[in-house]
Write a protein that binds this ligand. Structure first.
Ligand code: FES
Length: 148
């Protein structure tokens, strides 16, 4: 098999299961790259298939395209090796665990709000998680830095 063969956008779409429009979108966001042939048609190195697979996995995990790009930018455009994917998937695994834990905490805090409706700064854990407003001093405080 010739591993240096370049693929047309239709072939990449078919082999990756991703729509041509999505491939164009990924390219516009800098997630994948192509070259142009003499007829000005996009041509992709076959290694793009592995990159697209990683992008799709990350999207399924709810990782933003900006973060995907940030991570992929640390890797070469050529084939992403198994070791590079191992490192990347470990980083994303840690990040997903953090998100899951935050969501579980949010879900548990929300239980107290069901049927309440107070949205009180003093009482509602979603308005004032960990009572951070109290740490900002007396009087009215903005909640702009409070994330839930
Ligand atoms: S709305 Fe009352 S505790 Fe959250």
């Amino acid at each position: 098999m010739n591993t240096n063969k370049l693929l047309g956008v239709g072939e990449v779409a078919q082999r990756s299961g991703v729509a041509v429009s999505t491939l164009h979108f990924y390219e516009s966001k800098g997630l994948i790259q192509s070259s142009r042939n003499t007829g000005n048609q996009r041509r992709y190195h076959r290694s793009v298939l592995r990159r697209i697979a990683i992008i799709r996995i990350a999207q399924r995990a709810g990782i933003s395209l900006a973060m995907i790009k940030e991570h992929l930018d640390t890797l070469p455009q050529s084939k992403i090796t198994a070791e590079e994917w191992r490192v990347l998937s470990f980083e994303w695994h840690v990040m997903l665990n953090d998100r899951i834990n935050n969501l579980l905490q949010l879900r548990d805090q929300m239980e107290g709000c069901i049927g309440c409706g107070c949205l009180s700064l003093e009482e509602c854990p979603l308005r004032n998680p960990d009572d951070v407003v109290a740490e900002q001093g007396p009087g009215a405080q903005l909640l702009k830095d409070v994330s839930i």
